[in-house]
Each structure stands twice: as C-alpha cells, then as structure tokens.
Design a protein around this ligand. Sequence first.
Ligand code: C2E
Ligand code: CA
Length: 594
Amino acid sequence: MSFKPSDLVEHNSELLKLLTQNLPDMLWVKDVDGKYIYANKAICDGLLMAKDTLEPIGKDDVFFALRERESNKNNPDWHTFGELCFNSDKVVIEKNKAMKFEEFGNVKGKLTYLEVFKAPFYDNDGNILGTIGAGRDITELKKIQTDLEKSLKTLAKHKELLEYQENHDSLTHLPNRILFLDRLHQAVKIAKTDNTKIALLFIDLDNFKEINDSLGHDLGDKVLVEFSKRIKLKVKKIDTLSRLGGDEFCIILNDIKDIIDISDFILNCVEKIKAPFKIDEHTLYVNMSIGISVYPNDGTDANVLLKNADAAMYRAKENGRNQYSFYDEDMTKKAYERVMLETQLREAFENDEFIVHYQPKINAKTNKFVGMEALVRWNHPTKGLIYPNNFIPLAEISGMIIDIDRIVMKKSIIQFHKWSQNNLNHGKLSLNLAIKQMEDKSFMDFFKKQLKDKEYLYEKLEFEVTESQIMANPDEAIKTLEEMSKLGVSISIDDFGTGYSSLAYLKKLPISKLKIDKSFIDDLPYDFEDVAITKTIINLCENLNLDVIAEGVENQKQVDFLLANGCENIQGYFYSKAISADEMTQFLKKYNKT
Ligand code: C2E
Ligand code: CA
C-alpha cells in the first residue's frame, strides 16, 4: 500500500512529537519540493524563526530566509541559509542518496555552522516521497577547532624557533657548535660513501681580544657579525660556515678535488677580509689564522678532524698569525708554492716575461720546411726559462691561460709577418688554443684585430686544439671552430689518440689535420701496440681526407717507420727543439736554400 506525505502528519503519534520536540537537534521531514511536512521546535526556533511548529508545514526554507531578509534589509547577511538548504535537499533527491555534510551561512547576521544529515524516504513501492533531515549547530565546536589549529600553528612556530635557537648562534645566526658537529658527521658519512674528500677549516681571528678589550664588547660583536657576513658570501650552499663560540669559526668544504680548491677558497676569504671593517667611527683591520684538516688524509672521524684542524690552527698562530696551516705540513708547503706561483705568474704578465719559441715541422720525404709550432716559455728573472708544463695547468685553472695564449698569438703573428716580409718561406704557424679561449666571447674580435692589415696570414695559421678539450664541450667548440675555419684558418687536433674522440664529432668538426701524440711515437717501431695505433691514425686520416703529423719524433728509426706508413710531416727533436725567433730565422734561411 502506498501513502502520501501528508498521511505522515496524521500518523504523527504523540510519542514521536514528545521525542522530537524536546531534543536539542533540529529535525524535520520535507516533501520532494522541499516543503516542510514536519519541523521540530529546535529548527523552528534556531533556523526558520517560525511562530510555532505548525507554521513551516507546506513552506520551504527559501520562504523563511526571504521573510527574515525582508525584515532586516539593513543587513544583507541576516539570513543566508534558505537557498543553501533548499539546494542540498535537491541534491539528496537527485542522487537518491543519504548525505552528511556541513553547511554554513548566516543566521541573524552571525556565521553559523550546521552539521547536517539528510536522506530520502520512500513509499512502499520505492518512490521518493521527500527527505528527512537532522541538523546540529556546531558553530561553537568550529570555533574551538579553529582556535586549536591556530594554537597548534603558533606552537609549531615556537618549536621551530626553539630548535633554530638551539642550533644557531644568536649573534651571527650561523649554525652553532651543535649543528656544526651534526653537519660534520653527515659530511663525513657522505664522503665515505661517495669516496670524496672534505676539508675542515678552523678559523680564529688574530686580534679579536685586543678589539674587545680596547673598544668594548658591543663593537667586538659587530666585528664578528661583519666578519661572518663577508665569509658567508664565499661559502657555497652545500658547505657549512658555523660559529663555534667567541671568535672561532669553522667551515666544512665538501667534495674537494684538489688542494687548490682549498687554497683558492682561503684566498677568496682573505681577499674579502682584507678590506677594512668600518664599524661606528672606527676603521679596523681583521686578520685570521686558519687550520685545515682533510678527510680522509688527516682523520676519518668528525672529532679527529676537528681536533686536527684546531691543532693546525695553533701552528698557524705560532708561525706568526695571519696564516693558514694544513695539519699535514707537506700540504701547507704545496699550497704556498702554488700561491707563490700564481702571484709570480701575475707579475710575469706585468713584466712581459712570456716569450715564444718555435719548433719546426718538416716534410721528411721532401725535406721541405712546412711550418712551425709556437710554444710559450716563461723567462723568469731568477729561475731562467720555465717550460709550459710547470705553469700551464695552473694558468688553465685560474683562467690566466686566456691572457697567455693572447700574448703568444700577438707576439708570434708579429714575428711571422716579419719573416714573410723578409721573404722567408715559413709554412704555417701553429698556435695552441685552450678551450677557455674559445669560450671567451671577446676572443674572435681579439684574433681579428691581430690580423688587421695582415689578412693574407689567415691561411697561414693553424690552431691546435687538444682532443680532450674539444670533446669536453663539442657543440660549443664546433661553433667557434667553424667561424675560424670560415676565415681560412686551419684546425688541427693535438695529442690525438689520448682522448676519446667520437668519430661522429670528428666528421662534424671543421678540422684538416690530426697530430699523433708523442706517447705513441716514443717506442716506435718496437712497441706492438704503438705501431698498431699509429698505423690506425694514419689510415683514419687517409679515409677522412685529413692531413697527419707526428710529434715528438727523435730518431731516424721513427722517421723511417712514419714515412713507410704514409706520415710525411714530422715535428720533433730529430729536426730541432723549439728555438728562439732569432734561431728560427737562421733555421729558415738554411731550409730556404734546400
Ligand atoms: P704540445 O702542444 O703537445 O707541444 C709539444 C710539446 O712537446 C712541447 O713541449 C715540445 O717542446 C715538446 N716536444 C716536441 N718535440 C719533442 C721531442 O722530440 N722530444 C721531446 N721530449 N719533447 C718534444 P713544451 O713546449 O714544453 O709544451 C708543453 C705543452 O704546453 C704543449 O704540448 C702545449 O700543450 C702547452 N703549451 C705550450 N705553449 C702553449 C701556448 O702558447 N698556449 C697553450 N694553451 N698551451 C701551450
Ligand atoms: Ca701543440
């Protein structure tokens, strides 16, 4: 048997009324159009503001909300629930599904949260007749919840602050000893796993006690803050600068490849500290002593490393302050030698101490002079002639190679032009070109400037670029080399066979010559492997239509082997060492006669 919703009202027993009218929760029954069939006292008072529980029957939520809004036109937020409730009824009917959710809106202008449960109800045939619902005002609960969330957030912030304070120095805001030791343990662990090196720098200011005593602690504090700011600028993100206390600072440098990384870092810091500290009306000069221990050389454990860095710092102090000292004294010596060399190298530029020597290249078959390689020498005022292997590696790291190559380029082009003017057949001039040079944007302009009014020389020039340097940055190299090649300059790959050339790149590069490295020539014709490699390179050149030259050729047997296998061009002591420009003039004269 099916029944109408209105039958329900009649079926309302006194017991049901008794039960629902006295509960604090809002309870109701509505038909499919959202019109009340039943409403208890709680909803009539709390949400609808109906006169009594009979008034809502046959009316919907929108009606009551509109009525309230009408009566309170001065407050548009007086009652916003009507449409909300009406719509959620519709959703329940459309989805034919019970739902529990929160609705919030304004009742009498006050933000009110309701926790609502709504469900469809059916006749005996399963047709939806309307909805039943229950609502509970949870505004207070919400408020408590929001307050609680706020308190938790504040608590978390306090905790964070406390943790920060526990791990940081309040003056400089740098990590303190606790955090530093933690980081050091971590760094050692990582270095152990990755098989890398780390350096620990223990820094102590030299004259801090005097500053504190004579100018007061406030000023001393300002010096420490300024000091830490300056050093921090030089410390990479992955590394740690910390203040252990007083005027003691510690730095962890991760992933150290070479002693040079450490001394360069120290020099950078010294440079930063050198500038006077202008604090209040005072101008102060701050010096520091640094002790360094290296993992794993000077200890494989954080505490040992710290102890040894500290000991090294004391040695630096004993040695006269404003110094740095490695725990391993040999390293201190090496680092200082390297710094000295760098300083002297810079002076060498100022004093024009770089000169160029030239090594001939001869066609062994025709005995004709085919060219020469310009090789730099450092004419040191006290040590005499220094060969490139002693300073090129450092020049490459420090970037000075760019200037060195430019000096060689400038001087040798002037000299080459002179030989031309004197009608001496000089073949081609080969210049060694460091990859850094190719990456330098001003290089092409510099190069063209050297050849201004001597454009005929473009075709007489050849750049030697080492295989490993090209392969380190092949795409970039191709661009510069192509530009060079367009000008008529030839490109030769130096030390060929020692790098890992990809044939694909070899084909892409605008090169015209491969230079077989001396290491393959040395044991010719006896070493089986060298014989095979040399023959392979010569064949490769034939197939790729490239010229080939052998370097480091010292004896007749080597010349014979090379000639027999198709490599005619030869450079090496067999013909001549690299010689001065004057000696080369004589050499050219001799060869020009043959
Ligand atoms: P490299 O380009 O492979 O130059 C050949 C080196 O082998 C030169 O040494 C040369 O003197 C030496 N050599 C030539 N023939 C023989 C031989 O028969 N026997 C022996 N034992 N050695 C021979 P050098 O002049 O000491 O130059 C060493 C390296 O320094 C050069 O190797 C080159 O890579 C670099 N270099 C020299 N001058 C410059 C330059 O101006 N710029 C750049 N970037 N590098 C240069
Ligand atoms: Ca070379």
